[in-house]
Design a protein around this ligand. Structure first.
Ligand code: BGC
Length: 733
């Protein structure tokens, strides 16, 4: 009997062990479920191997002067990630081969880079992209960026930046989608879909990274890296929505930000990184720290040393340490001392491995190697680049139909530092874009106006400084011309990271140049290139027409020339308000109502900004019909249909974006004056009309969030606002 029991016990043990073996997939088995593969792999990893996965080193250098300190390191085959600053796919494959063949478990490296508005084909800066209101074009341009990046050895881009930005002194407004949470959400989704495609496993797709989580754009006074005092109400209402939308769209990763949020730096913030992102939103990918943001916790006075910084960042919910080596150096002892539990290490590694598995890196660790000609700047890419640039331009002013340039202008003065520029016109974070790829404005104009008008070029002045020696030549060029087109603007590093400015006006020398040219009594057309809204208090009065061209990238020339000739009809609308003066900041359309609405504004300037969010003219004219609602009263379960017909009553075909706002005049938490809830861009041929529609879903479009992130939908009055129409309806039980 004893023998029988023993035999039975052995049988049960063997059967059980077989059972476990069958159930636990091998991590190398591409057909096994991802989660099981991950568990198997984790069960094989040593603590050191796990910690290595949680680090990112750099390979090569980029042009960001803020990050140049980091030395290129000998790449370890065990490293989790590389910030890859080479365009060479073969190097990547060699490094990857080392990881696959020389590390004990053959875990592939994930290669990341900042392809922010293009890799080699440079598209307009994100703030410009948002001003196009064309999410499809943004999605397509992101897909092109993904393809160029993948073919250069990348799996991951640190984009999109979805920090809602309301202080134009902050240089990084150029990298995001402007002042509105809904617009940022819509473009976050478009960019994520473009980068990641329908399946991350597919060739040419790369993982997106929503950044900077969170509240970075509210750094005090627009000074980069500074403290940001954010109430929980503002956090939820303004900053969270784009991140939540990006997470719901499947963004594989996020990057934590540099700023200190009301005493708890974003890179040590358990509430935002774990309670919200992981627990509430169920994000299953990983968070990478921003460059040095773990180390910065010491500067920010919440960690005594790098070891404590590592502990705080890690326990808050940052799985990957970008370049600080804080995790490599200190996590082993933090685990040993019981300050960091092994379960948390496993969970962090699980998240990183999940992204690598989803990218298909275990099965296909290498990228295709094709020639540069097949990789970059393909004609269809350039076409999209021109289209997106042209659609992002905003015609701010056009007195007496100064634009477009018709045959009445035979001689054109082309003046300014931006005319022949091929560097600043690409903007900050120009990826691997090269000046020699850029079609300059001058080249574009020469081609566009060949045999139509004579171009009289003069530099006029530099971007800044006091040298006026070029003014005379500019005046002479103006004197022999029928119109004066002046290309002014900002250098690329005046915006972007660490690109804060105390004034958003252009340097005095540029304003002086315009003042001199104005004296020639010729029509003055200002073409402004910048990474932020500008203060145009002085310039606006002197100009007959003004076009904001932002930083358009590789196809600047053809896009600008096409706009001037009328080949491109402007259709951009501002994604960020242009204040009267720098002192008027912050000013944005969805402010809260003042207690005394007609009072309290600055006494020395007009109450309104110079150009509101949404402002933008066209060469044609549009007429809006009366907005029609399907009902005047709805319940929470109904959908309300709002429609407006827009007619193109002018002589040019055009594209018009209808911006739909909702106003909630009374609620238990005060509401903004109005809030964008939907937008749509459509082509309307001259003489034609098109119907625009907004399906209002009460839960989605009429509710608001409280300071804990809970949504509330309260009955009462509402308004739909389109242009100057404001139509009332009621939400009832
Ligand atoms: C920036 C990030 C960027 C990272 C890597 C940091 O300085 O803040 O936006 O992704 O560098 O280059």
């Amino acid at each position: 009997m004893k023998k029988l029991c023993f035999a039975l016990a052995i049988f049960v043990m063997v059967a059980c062990s077989h059972k476990t073996e069958n159930k636990t997939a091998n991590y190398k088995d591409p057909n096994a479920p991802i989660e099981e593969r991950i568990e198997h792999l984790i069960s094989l990893m040593t603590l050191d191997e796990k910690i290595m996965q949680m680090n990112q080193w750099t390979y090569g250098k980029n042009a960001n002067p803020n990050n140049i300190g980091e030395k290129m390191r000998e790449v370890s085959p065990e490293i989790g990630s590389l910030l890859y600053r080479s365009t060479n796919p073969e190097y990547r494959n060699q490094i990857q081969k080392k990881a696959i063949t020389e590390s004990r478990l053959g875990i592939p490296i994930i290669f990341g880079f900042d392809a922010i508005h293009g890799y080699r084909t440079i598209f307009p800066i994100p703030l410009a992209q948002a001003s196009s209101w064309n999410t499809e074009l943004v999605k397509t341009s992101s897909a092109i960026t993904a393809k160029e990046s993948w073919l250069s050895g990348l799996d991951w881009t640190f984009s999109p930046m979805v920090d809602v930005a309301r202080d134009a002194r902050w240089g990084r407004v150029s990298e995001g989608y402007g002042e509105d949470p809904y617009a940022n959400s819509a473009f976050a989704v478009a960019a994520v879909q473009g980068y990641q495609g329908s399946n991350l496993n597919d060739k040419y797709t790369i993982a997106a990274c929503l950044k900077h989580f969170i509240g970075y754009s509210l750094s005090e006074g627009g000074r980069d890296y500074h403290y940001s005092d954010i109430s929980n109400q503002t956090l939820w209402e303004t900053f969270m929505p784009p991140f939540e939308a990006g997470v719901n769209a499947g963004a594989a990763t996020l990057m934590s930000s540099f700023n200190d949020i009301s005493g708890i730096p974003a890179s040590a913030n358990h509430y935002t990184l774990t309670e919200v992102l992981k627990n509430k939103w169920k994000h299953d990918g990983f968070v990478v720290s921003d460059w040095g943001s773990v180390r910065n916790l010491v500067e920010q006075s919440v960690a005594e040393d790098l070891k404590e910084a590592a502990q705080k960042s890690f326990m808050a919910g940052i799985e990957m340490d970008m370049v600080d080596n804080a995790y490599i150096d200190y996590l082993p002892e933090l685990v040993e001392e019981g300050k960091v539990p092994m379960t948390s290490i496993d969970e962090a590694v699980r998240r990183i491995l999940r992204v690598k598995m989803k990218l298909g890196l275990f099965e296909n660790p290498y990228v295709d190697v094709v020639s540069e000609k097949e990789r970059y700047l393909l004609p269809e890419y350039l076409e999209i680049a021109e289209q997106l640039s042209a659609e992002s331009f905003v015609l701010l002013k056009n007195e007496n139909e100064t634009l477009p340039i018709t045959s009445k202008y035979k001689n054109l003065a082309i003046i300014g530092p931006m005319v022949k520029d091929s560097v600043h016109i690409m903007g900050f974070w120009e990826g691997m874009g090269r000046p020699q790829d850029v079609k300059t404005i001058y080249e574009g104009l020469e081609k566009e106006f060949k045999n139509k008008a004579t171009l009289n070029y003069a530099l006029g002045c530099d971007y800044d400084g006091e040298d006026k020696s070029g003014f005379n030549a500019a005046i002479q060029a103006a004197n022999k011309s029928d119109a004066v087109i002046i290309f002014l603007g900002e250098k690329r590093h005046w915006s972007g990271e660490n690109g804060s400015r105390s004034t958003i006006a252009l340097p005095k020398i540029q304003e002086d140049l315009v003042e001199e040219l104005k004296k020639t009594n010729k029509p003055i057309i200002l073409m402004l290139s910048s990474g932020r809204p500008l203060e145009l208090m002085k310039l606006e009065k002197m100009a007959d027409a003004i076009v904001q061209i932002w930083q358009p990238g590789t196809m600047a020339g053809p896009a600008v020339a096409g706009l001037l000739s009328g080949r491109h009809n402007p259709s951009g609308k501002l994604a960020m308000t242009f204040p009267q003066t720098t002192g008027q900041i912050p000013i944005y359309y969805n402010m809260r109502q003042a207690a005394r609405p007609t009072l309290g504004h600055y006494q020395d300037i007009p109450r309104d900004p110079l150009y509101w969010f949404g402002h933008g003219l066209s060469y044609t004219t549009y007429e809006y019909s009366e907005v029609k609602l399907s009902s005047k009263t709805i319940t929470k379960k109904d959908t309300l249909i709002a429609e407006v017909t827009v007619s193109n009553t002018g002589n040019h075909d055009g594209k018009e974006t209808v911006l739909w706002f909702i106003k909630d005049p009374f609620a238990s938490i005060s509401r903004p004056i109005k809030e964008l809830k939907h937008f749509e861009k459509q082509t309307i041929k001259a003489g034609d009309k098109v119907v625009y529609r907004f399906e209002i879903n009460p839960e989605h479009d009429l509710s608001f969030v409280d300071s804990e992130g809970n949504r509330h939908l309260e009955n009462g009055d509402f308004y739909v606002i389109v242009n100057d129409q404001k139509v009332h309806f009621k939400l009832v039980d």
